[in-house]
Design a protein around this ligand. Structure first.
Ligand code: GRF
Length: 204
């Protein structure tokens, strides 16, 4: 029934999963200095570090990471601010059981610096997405999205904070749906059994 969470930094999405009583069996990081590791440890969640810098190739790093994950035999791998690009082989290995949270309304703004780019584009709305991980970066079937307004006074920091509050809402919800066997991947779409809303609009 368990979930392994992969982080690289702050770990606030991981914390949101823990706050929502998601059964997290371990938190793994590719960086020893990831702040979220201390948060997980303080909450009694086992942690481990697989430092990508110790490996000469992406494949060797992923082999070690995969061994660590498989040792834990999780039902789900949840990427939560995990800042490594994964090879297609790694995505295939966990196909249908690896989720990611991305700070934009995919397919808009894949990649980095989404808040700056949303502002630069003059977008009226922005948001976040939980999706299954596939070989193509930030392109897998979408489970749930939350939209937020972009305000005239926004900076990248204020916009990021507004989006992050919604990340903490949608990620636990998506993970719970997965664990409850309510997600059905149909081609490039995801259906939620019971028809719960897959697009939330926040006026926050
Ligand atoms: C979040 O904005 C997430 O969407 C992105 O990286 C950030 C991670 O934040 N993938 P945190 O480590 O969960 O606080």
């Amino acid at each position: 029934m368990s979930v392994v969470v992969l982080i690289s930094g702050r770990g606030s999405n991981m914390e949101a999963l823990l706050d929502a009583q998601v059964p997290v069996s371990a938190v793994l990081s590719n960086r020893a200095d990831a702040k979220g590791l201390a948060i997980a440890a303080a909450r009694g969640v086992p942690t481990a570090v697989v430092e990508h810098q110790r490996f000469s190739t992406r494949e060797a790093f992923e082999h070690a990471l995969g061994q660590e994950i498989d040792r834990l035999a999780p039902r789900l791998v949840a990427l939560a601010g995990f800042m490594r690009i994964l090879t297609p082989a790694f995505a295939r290995r966990y196909a249908g059981r690896m989720l990611n949270i991305h700070p934009s309304l995919l397919p808009e703004l894949p990649g980095l610096h989404t808040h700056e780019r949303a502002l630069a584009a003059g977008a009226a709305k922005h948001g976040c997405t939980v999706h299954f991980v596939t070989a193509e970066l930030d392109h897998g079937p979408i489970v749930i999205q939350a939209e937020v307004p972009v305000r005239a006074s926004d900076t990248a920091a204020t916009l990021a904070a507004r989006v992050l509050r919604q990340e903490h809402v949608i990620y636990p919800r998506a993970v719970r749906w997965f664990l409850d066997d309510r997600l059905v991947i149909e081609g490039d779409k995801v259906r939620v059994k019971g028809n719960d809303a897959q697009v939330l609009a926040s006026s926050d």
